[in-house]
Design a protein around this ligand. Sequence first.
Ligand code: PNS
Length: 175
Amino acid sequence: MRPADVVAVCPGSFDPVTLGHMDVVERAMALFGDVIVGVGRNSKKNYLFDFDERMRLTRDAMAKLTGVRVMPVDGLLVDFCRSQGAGVIVKGLRFASDFDHELQMAHMNEAMTGIETVLLIGSRLYGSISSTLLREVASNGGDIAAFVTPEVDAAVRAKVAAMKAGTASGSVDQL
Ligand code: PNS
């Protein structure tokens, strides 16, 4: 199969979606014929945004990339890929510390279904952005506008303010 005939899935937590995620998706679009962004759950993570919020923010951001579909991933990622006829999982790799986790997931997904994982090196512009770091910066009053869309920036500010006021669940200390 040629790359243009392959459906690729870019999965992630997107808590929240960043310009780094969008860069990886855009580059996946240049390589593969059809790209689906899969919003999933990582059982080890405490999320700032609930699943519906992550879906909405990711859909809004990815709407800027024509032709990309954003879909929820319930259950195993490999089952989702199978249901969509996807042959490849695409993820961004930023730093060496990402690698061990990505390698474990790639091996497990390959062992379960034979699906390939393609790791794209994070770009020079966005390579050091992580949602985790942005949540920490935002929760301490820092400005993350250079790293996310204006809608995500506004949503993060609102969420942090609500958590500090006690009107949203969770605590900024957990982030
Ligand atoms: O942005 P993240 O947190 O690296 O994304 C991780 C995600 C959501 C892609 C991963 O946790 C996932 O695939 N979750 C779905 C459940 C699953 O298939 N788990 C087994 C992975 S080997």
